[in-house]
Design a protein around this ligand. Structure first.
Ligand SMILES: NC(=O)c1ccc[n+]([C@@H]2O[C@H](COP(=O)([O-])OP(=O)(O)OC[C@H]3O[C@@H](n4cnc5c(N)ncnc54)[C@H](O)[C@@H]3O)[C@@H](O)[C@H]2O)c1
Ligand SMILES: O=C(O)[C@H](O)[C@H](O)COP(=O)(O)O
Length: 373
């Protein structure tokens, strides 16, 4: 069995050696010629898997993407060729939530916002959006939820339509897939017309896909002298060749790394391993928990005085998004966007830190921290 995998897929050898030899490739530059002998193809979000990439391959049985987003995969084409396909739903959802929380705390410090008085609009309430809503509610922050798909399918889902959300929210965070056409299209969901609906100081966070926001329209909006809104961008149109003119107006700018916690990336590999084992009718020999490195900090004692204002201090022990903003601003013009992603420094999720103490406030596990056994 010949397995071809993106070189930026952690633990791929450890998981997939069980099925055959693992060959690594550069996901951005992989070619049809390289993949002609692949039985199993494992990609991340930077490889477009379509008829062109697979034109020389007649053996392929399985394609997996170790990501949540699937807009880079032509699933219709794979189904027509009878190639099994899997993604990794939810694998890095917690990592993205921690990115958004860190961004909110940084903006709150920078602009002295009382976060508890803000209304945060969440657009796309799936794995990430619903976890984020739960975390914000645990912090006593009001949320508005916008998800027309869930609104149609779930009785009682508390939906706010996008226009109303644009008019009422103080901060909007985008968590939709990139959908190019149809009633639920999200490409350029935020464009010149919808930007005009926002409060003048409505802050924006995009950690979904770059093209959910029309980047040129955003630049126009931000460069109008009278407007000052805070902006956090993890994702950009036309990565890796991003619109650098946006950078001076963006408070936090990162290289599509919101989901790049050690756990988030490795969970994606494990989910594909599990799907492959089922397809090949092989036993599961590896488990992520056994392969993850020991975290630098394992346990933290919480005292009875611990309160909501202390949460950011624990969160910052594990992750501060300003590190990643600084990396992008320093290295984008030299080493570049893809280098920043490939060389991403280790980052552990909240769950890696076990909290000890007689009384642990409920909001800590609701944010994703684990309790010591
Ligand atoms: N920046 C990163 O590193 C990173 C990491 C993970 C995922 N992502 C992106 O985030 C997206 C969301 O991830 P998820 O795990 O929550 O996916 P999900 O599929 O669980 O949820 C997406 C939600 O968006 C909703 N939706 C669809 N069309 C919509 C529309 N027009 N308006 C509002 N809501 C709409 C869906 O109904 C669904 O509930 C992914 O598709 C991916 O593109 C980015
Ligand atoms: O969709 C996803 O899961 C994320 O965007 C993912 O973290 C992107 O990372 P990449 O696959 O490009 O390394």
């Amino acid at each position: 069995m010949r397995i071809f995998a993106d070189e930026n897929m952690p633990l791929v050898q450890q998981f997939f050696n069980q099925f055959g030899d693992v060959n690594l490739f550069n996901g951005r530059h992989v070619s049809a010629a390289q993949l002609q002998d692949a039985d199993i193809l494992l990609v991340r979000s930077v490889s477009n898997v379509n008829a062109q990439l697979l034109q020389h391959n007649t053996k392929l049985r399985f394609v997996g993407t170790a990501t949540i987003g699937m807009d880079h995969i032509d699933q219709t084409y794979l189904a027509a060729r009878n190639v099994a396909f899997a993604s990794a739903p939810g694998c890095n959802a917690q990592s993205v939530v921690e990115y958004v929380l860190s961004s909110l705390w940084c903006l709150a410090d920078k602009y002295q916002w009382p976060l508890a008085e803000k209304t945060i609009g969440i657009v796309g309430v799936g794995n990430i959006g619903s976890r984020l809503a739960q975390a914000l509610q645990a912090l006593n922050i009001r949320v508005l939820l916008c998800d027309p798909v869930r609104a149609r399918n779930e009785i009682g889902f508390n939906h706010t339509d996008f226009t109303t959300l644009c008019q009422q929210a103080d901060i909007i965070s985008f968590h939709t897939p990139l959908i190019s056409s149809g009633n639920d299209a999200t490409k350029h969901l935020l464009n010149a017309d919808t930007l005009a609906l926002l409060k003048p100081d409505c802050a924006l966070i995009n950690a979904s896909r770059g093209a959910v926001i029309d980047n040129q329209a955003l630049l126009q909006d931000l460069s109008r002298a009278a407007k000052r809104r805070a902006v956090v961008l993890d994702v950009w149109e036309q990565e890796p060749d991003i619109l650098t003119a946006l950078l001076p107006y963006v408070d936090i700018a990162t290289a599509h790394i919101a989901g790049h916690s050690i756990e988030g990336k490795a969970r994606g590999t494990e989910m594909l391993y599990q799907r492959c084992a089922a397809l090949l009718q092989q036993p599961l020999q590896q488990q992520l928990q056994q392969l993850l490195p020991v975290p630098a900090m394992e346990k933290l004692q919480i005292s009875a005085n611990f309160g909501l204002p202390d949460v950011q201090n624990i969160a910052r022990l594990l992750y501060d998004v300003r590190r990643d903003d600084a990396l992008l601003r320093h290295y984008l013009h030299g080493k570049g966007f893809d280098w920043l992603r490939k060389s991403y420094p280790p980052r552990r999720e909240f769950s890696s830190l076990q909290l000890c103490g007689k009384v642990i406030p409920d909001f800590l596990p609701q944010l994703g921290f684990s309790l010591a056994q």
